[in-house]
Design a protein around this ligand. Structure first.
Ligand code: SF4
Length: 463
């Protein structure tokens, strides 16, 4: 059965049930359908709740991440982020209870308790995050009780992360499970007092390729210290100091707005959104932070830093802009904050954006993205590979910025690719990140290989 609509090519071509999740700016009426469960069978990339929780918590460097479930769940999320550590490398392991048929029939609680005991005896971690997976949710293992008893037995934090994969068709639910686990970790125990400081927390920063260190260097130069980043290059001890910050910066809004709101409610810490991808975003974010502190010396240093760094970035962007003007780009990334940052950087390079999509964008975030895009741009929520392939062809895209799964799709279609995934090890933050991003876009979009594909008609045959 042909489940695609029979309308002519364009944003009108989709699986019927997905039609409200695909809009064309200037043509479509109404709001985009988003934040709902993924359509069953649509090969969505956002549907595993456990995976959503793991990407948020995994960068806590000295914690053990124990996956209660079959080995496959732990294997496919092993070292899931390109987060770098300045200390412990414990987070780069993937521990699993390796549930087998027998455990599923008779229950896996005893095995989980034995695994925690073995890990604590062998590695003495300061905390263990225990993730539940689909099968654990189905058989009903009580991981909360097991964690509580293990915590008392070993006198460390053993924190359940309630992330059974099937809980929802949307990994945002996993972000929430991770956020609840983090809040359990950082809420001071009875009698513990955390001293207030003038430092700030940096939420939604995962230190991919050392990005947190770049921002930390800028902030240090203007006279501000990071208390702890959530969760890039963090430790359990540092996270427990989180209530002592005077400000929470939120970068990845999808994973951390909830945490920021909770910290404001509980500890009275204000928060603000920032974005350190691209020179313009970095400039704006530094100014916002300096304004918050209201200190003239901080403001003066901020302007000096911006002037110095911008003077390095401007000629490079100008050089690439000349070569990239008129190229056509598609963007498909996890969160809307990242999509917005890429749109802004590509516009600086005079690149035309013809498709933009995210896995987890919310209604107001799509409205913001739409405001940044030109008429005729396709906007898509929770795309599947068939839809992306269709639009890459129809829109005659020169290159795509996306996650790891889109790389192969783009290359197969003779389209350039820029990696903006959570497992990359390249630093794309700050002024130096803006230069690197522009260089990457130029390298892939202007590669002669695509011309040869066109000349030999390979691309045309595929199209
Ligand atoms: S938790 Fe469920 S959806 Fe996620 S990897 Fe495991 S089995 Fe798959």
């Amino acid at each position: 059965m042909d489940t695609y609509c029979s309308q002519p090519a364009g944003a009108e071509a989709y699986i019927e049930d997905r039609k409200d999740s695909i809009l064309t700016k200037g043509k479509s009426k109404g709001n985009i359908s988003c934040s709902s469960d993924s359509l069953a069978g649509a090969v969505s990339q956002r549907a595993c709740v456990y995976c959503g929780a793991r990407v948020v918590l995994n960068p806590v460097t000295d914690a053990v991440h124990l996956v209660h479930g079959p080995i496959g769940c732990a294997a496919f999320t092993w070292d899931i982020r390109g987060s770098l550590s300045s200390g412990s490398e414990m987070y780069r392991n993937s521990f699993s209870t390796d549930m087998k048929e027998r455990d599923i029939i008779f229950g896996g609680e005893q095995k989980l308790a034995a695994c925690i005991d073995e890990i604590v005896a062998k590695y003495a971690p300061p905390a263990v995050f225990v993730y539940s997976t689909c099968v654990v949710g189905v058989i009903g293992d009580d991981i909360i009780s097991v964690c509580k008893e293990a915590s008392l037995r070993h006198n460390i934090d053993v924190i359940p992360v309630e992330s059974s994969g099937f809980k929802s068709g949307n990994k945002i639910v996993g972000y929430r499970a991770a956020a609840d686990a983090l809040l359990k970790l950082i809420t001071p125990k009875d009698g513990v007092h955390i001293e207030p400081t003038r430092k700030l927390n940096f939420l939604g920063e995962y230190n991919l390729g050392g990005e947190k260190w770049v921002v930390e260097r800028y902030l240090k130069e203007i006279g501000i210290e990071i208390n702890v980043a959530f969760t890039g290059d963090s430790t359990v001890a540092a996270l427990k100091q989180a209530p002592g910050a005077c400000l929470n910066l939120v970068q990845c809004t999808g994973s951390m707005h909830y945490v920021a709101m909770k910290l404001e409610q509980t500890f009275g810490t204000p928060y603000m959104d920032v974005n350190f991808f691209g020179a313009e975003n970095t400039t704006e974010s530094l100014r916002k932070i300096a304004d918050f502190y209201g200190d003239e010396d901080i403001k003066r240093r901020t302007e000096a830093l911006i002037e110095r760094e911008s003077s390095h970035v401007r000629p490079v962007i100008e050089k690439y802009r000349k070569k990239l003007a008129g190229k056509r780009a598609a963007i498909y990334v996890g969160g809307a904050f990242k999509a917005a940052a890429i749109i802004r950087q590509l516009k600086e390079l005079d690149v035309e954006i013809v498709l933009t999509g995210t896995q987890t964008g919310k209604k107001e975030e799509y409205e913001n993205l739409s405001g940044m895009l030109s008429e005729g741009t396709v906007i898509i929520d929770d795309a599947n590979p068939a839809e992306l392939e269709r639009f890459l062809r129809e829109k005659d895209v020169d290159f795509m910025a996306g996650g790891v799964k889109e790389r192969f799709l783009a290359y197969k279609l003779g389209v350039g690719f820029v990696d903006h995934n959570h497992d990359r090890k390249d630093c794309l933050a700050g002024f130096e990140g803006a230069v690197k991003f522009a260089r990457e876009v130029h390298t892939t979009a202007c590669s002669p290989v695509w011309k040869h594909l066109k000349n030999t008609s390979v691309r045309d045959v595929r199209l």
